[in-house]
Design a protein around this ligand. Sequence first.
Ligand SMILES: *Cc1c(COP(=O)(O)O)cnc(C)c1O
Length: 457
Amino acid sequence: MSDFRDLVADAAARVADYRERVDSLPVFPQDTDIRGALGDLPEKPTPAADVIRRLAGAVEPALVATTGPRYFGFVTGGALDAATAADILTTGWDQSAFNHTTAPAAAVVEDVAGEWLKDVLGLPSTASFGFVTGGQGANTVGLAAARHHMLAKAGWDVERRGLNGAPALRVVASEERHATIDRSLRLLGLGTDAVEPVRADAQGAIDVADLERVLDGPAIVCLQAGNVNSGAFDNFAAAIALAHEHGAWVHVDGAFGLWAAANPASSPLVAGVETADSWAADGHKWLNVPYDSGYAFCAHPESHAAAMSFTAAYLTGHGDGDLRAPSDFVPESSRRARGFATWAALSQLGRTGIAELIERCCALARRFADQLGEVEGITVVNDVVLNQVLVGFGDETDRVVEAVQRSGECWMGATTWHGQRLMRISVSGWNTTEADVDRSVAAISASWKAVRERRRG
Ligand SMILES: *Cc1c(COP(=O)(O)O)cnc(C)c1O
C-alpha cells in the first residue's frame, strides 16, 4: 500500500470513529490548549501522516458536536452520510467547478442537482441557479441580480458604470430581516441606509399593511421564509403581489425556511413564494450537507448572469454554446465542486426522505415546546410553526442557557427578541430523535431548577 492510500484510509477511519463517538461526547468541548498542541511553524518538511496525527490530536478534543443529535444552535443541521462521503470525494477529486472546460463532471452534476433543488423547493423550472458558499452568498447574488435588473430598467448599466451617479435604488425590508441582508447591501455598494424598514408583526412576519405604506414605486423588496428567531413566514402571496404592482423586485431569504416547501404538511407556509424574483437557500442548514453549501435562484436568468458572469458583465454569458457555465451565476471563478455533496444528499433522502426530515424536525420542535411549556416558570414565547422554539426563563435566561451549555448534554444559543432574552432552540439535524429531545428537556429543566435554587439559596 502506498503512503497516500494509508493516509487517506487513516483520515476516513478518523472521520468514522469520530462520528460513531459523537453521540457520547459533550456537545460543546471542554477548554483545551489548541494553540499549544499545534506547535510552531516547522523549519523542515514533516511526513504527511505526522501532520495529520498532530492536527487531529489538537483539534478533535475541541470539536463542537454539530454532527451529533443534540446540537440545536444556529439553525444548522448535521451532515448526512452520503453528503459527507461525497464531500470527502470532492476534496480528493479536486475539481475546479468553473465551467465545462475545467471540470465537465462538476458542471453537469451542478446542472442536475440545481434542477432537482428547484423541483423540491417548488421554484419555477425556468429559474437560473448558482452554487454558492451559503445564505450570505446567496443573498448577495440575489440582490446583485436585483440591482442589475432595477437599474437596467432605469436605463443604467451598473456593471459598466457602477453606482457613482446612478439613479437611487430603494430597498424595502422587514425590521426583522436577517443581518446578512445588510452585509449584502454593504458589499453591493447600496449601503445599509438604503433600507426602508417595514414593521413586523408579533411573530416576526412582515406587516403587509405597513409594506403597502412604505412602497411607492420601484424598489428591491426583501422578504423572508423563516424568521431566524421565531421561524415565522412572511405572507408571500399578498406581499409579492403588492410589490409587483409597484414594479418592485422581490428577493426571498429562505436560508432554512424555504425547505418548508419540500414537505406537504409545511408547504402552505410558503404559498406564493414561487412568484418572487430571486431566492436564497442553504444546503448546509436543513438539507444537512457539509458546510460551504448555499443556493441562489433567479427568475430572470439574464439579470442573474449579467450581474455575475465572468467574462464581461454586459455580455450575458451562458458558457460554451448551450452549456451552462456554473461560474456565470456565482461571484467566484476557481471554486469547489459544490454540486457533488448536494446531489448526494438529495439522492440519499429522495423526495419523501426530504419531506420526512422537515416534518420530523418540526414535530420535534413542537415536542420541545410542549414539554418545556409544562415546566413551572418556563415560557415558550413564539408560535412554533417550524423548527424554531424561543424559550424564556424570566430574568434568568442567560444563566440557564449557560448552565445547559456547560452540561455538555446539548447546545443551544441565546437571543434577544422583542426586548426579551430567550433561549433559541433550532431542530435541524437528520439524526435527532424524540429521545434526544427528552434528554435535552431534562437537561434544561435541571439547569433551570439549579439556577432557581441558587437564587433562592
Ligand atoms: C443562516 C441564515 C442566513 C445566512 O446563511 P449562511 O449560510 O450562514 O451564510 C441568512 N438568512 C437566514 C434567515 C438565515 O437563517
